[in-house]
Design a protein around this ligand. Sequence first.
Ligand SMILES: [Zn+2]
Length: 54
Amino acid sequence: MTFPGDEAVPITEPDGDVGGDPVCWLDRVCPDCGLFLTDRTASTCPRCGAARDR
Ligand SMILES: [Zn+2]
């Protein structure tokens, strides 16, 4: 990931977006059955069919 002439790009929180934060995936877990929804665009849970608010 080295780009010549691009060294002026500021590096902000290199590890701030690499998992570990429950809040990041909390909205991907079904509130009813707890299934982790990989497809976050799904409006309903593929396992129990519960509607998702967000
Ligand atoms: Zn579910």
